[in-house]
Design a protein around this ligand. Structure first.
Ligand SMILES: C[S@@+](CC[C@H](N)C(=O)[O-])C[C@H]1O[C@@H](n2cnc3c(N)ncnc32)[C@H](O)[C@@H]1O
Length: 283
């Protein structure tokens, strides 16, 4: 097994504060994980009171991650992943799906949550042929990620890389310059690389989503849903692969497999999960 874990980036908290809700643990709660505390469950339940289907929506988002990796390895020939906003390890982590298809695949995970840092070494193992690494860093400062030696020693930036921003950009307000952050990351990777984004949206029920935003902000968590057009705008500088930016459950559902959370459904309501999803290719 080869794995590595970078030192925590200077300036980021490494102490786990369980007295306040944190987005990684709320998401873990919805996915049925065990790494959550009363404050996380309280916020998770408050949001579920506004969106009763939130747990299945979280699973739909997670299932897309698996399909995206299957597409990237199986059809796009990608063997290097930079997964930012990793979350607490759960079923179908990026490296598990990728290395199942290509044992030599390399994955670098990035998350700013100390609880994800605490789990990184225990859970993110790798195949013999591949590599898996973890960096404790904040996407608000993309250069703090790009300058890490763990990143450059694990991924070869002369070859295409897939940057995964799955359910993370909603923590960026427009004033946080999400476009600039993504541009900085895209500038670092070569032509033929990919960008994967999912994003929660108010497009399917603006009133319920407004209550979610309010619950999250009362708990001190920024939560900024974006429209389909705004989500599409985050792919600026890339060419969207088919079927474009679409409701998450409708993005290539045939790519589902047993390593991904979720199941193939003959017909699925596109509005059953309030996320937009897409993959762009850097020309
Ligand atoms: C909702 S979870 C998504 C997990 C996983 N990508 C998925 O979709 O299944 C969001 C993750 O992003 C992390 N996160 C939020 N803001 C971040 C930032 N600015 N930099 C790095 N990680 C961040 C959180 O700690 C959390 O683990």
């Amino acid at each position: 097994m080869q794995d590595s874990q970078d030192q925590a980036t200077a300036g980021l908290p490494t102490k786990i504060d369980t007295s306040v809700a944190h987005e990684a643990r709320v998401y873990d709660y919805w996915l049925g994980g065990k790494d959550n505390y009363p404050a996380d469950r309280a916020l998770g339940d408050a949001i579920a009171s506004h969106i009763p289907a939130i747990r299945s929506m979280a699973r739909a988002n997670r299932a897309f991650l698996g399909r995206a990796v299957r597409y990237l390895v199986g059809e796009a020939g990608i063997s290097q992943f930079l997964d930012i906003g990793t979350g607490i390890p759960t079923a179908g982590n990026t490296h598990e799906v990728a290395q199942h298809l290509d044992p030599a695949a390399r994955v670098v995970y990035v998350d700013n949550d100390p609880i994800v840092l605490a789990h990184a070494r225990a859970l993110m193992s790798s195949t013999q042929e591949g590599r898996t690494a973890f960096i404790h860093a904040d996407l608000h400062d993309p250069r703090s990620i790009l300058s890490q030696s763990t990143l450059t020693s694990t991924l070869d930036f002369d070859r295409p890389v897939a940057i995964m921003l799955v359910a993370i950009m909603m923590y960026f307000r427009d004033s946080d310059d999400p476009h600039g952050v993504i541009d900085t990351m895209l500038d670092a990777i070569p032509s033929g690389s990919y960008l994967v984004i999912t994003h929660p949206t108010a497009d399917f029920d603006d009133r319920a989503m407004a209550r979610v935003v309010s619950s999250a902000e009362q708990a001190g968590i920024t939560f900024n849903p974006r429209s389909g057009a705004e989500t599409t705008g985050l792919f600026a500088g890339t060419e969207l692969v088919e079927p474009g930016v679409v409701p998450v459950v409708t993005w290539r559902p045939e790519l589902t497999d047993k390593l991904s959370m979720g199941s193939v459904q003959a017909s699925v309501d596109p509005e059953s999960a309030w996320y937009w999803a897409g993959i762009g290719r850097k020309p």
